[in-house]
Design a protein around this ligand. Structure first.
Ligand SMILES: [Zn+2]
Length: 116
């Protein structure tokens, strides 16, 4: 069953430095430092306004959790992160947990590629 991958053919793009970039991870999961709302921004964005408090989330100063392929993935991952924190009565992830989340996400993505 390959039909639902038809729209997801990997595209090679070139950035403004002339480097080839893969089209796999396009969005970064970030977190607002003011109100702790998870959000996502385009990989090439330098900053984004928090949809909740209006604060500026700047690349490099806000925590970055994961890179995902599209905004549907981003929303799904954010829901997962929030549920994890809620269920564990936590307010943030340790570095170790962030690494595990990344590994789990990469595993999930690569297994969906293998099942193509
Ligand atoms: Zn905020």
């Amino acid at each position: 069953m390959s039909c639902h991958f038809r729209h997801r053919t990997p595209v090679t793009k070139v950035n403004n430095l002339g480097e080839y970039i893969s089209d796999i991870s396009m969005y970064l999961i970030v977190r607002c430092e003011n109100c702790y709302t998870f959000s996502y921004m385009d990989r090439f964005q330098k900053w984004k306004l928090c949809p909740v408090c209006g604060g500026t989330m700047e690349r490099g100063s806000v925590p970055e959790y994961l890179e995902v392929a599209d905004h549907h993935e981003a929303e799904a991952v954010i829901a997962e992160l929030e549920r994890y924190l809620y269920e564990n009565k936590r307010t943030d992830f340790t570095l170790d947990e962030t690494e595990k989340l990344r590994a789990a996400y990469i595993r999930r993505v690569s297994s969906s590629v293998e099942n193509r």
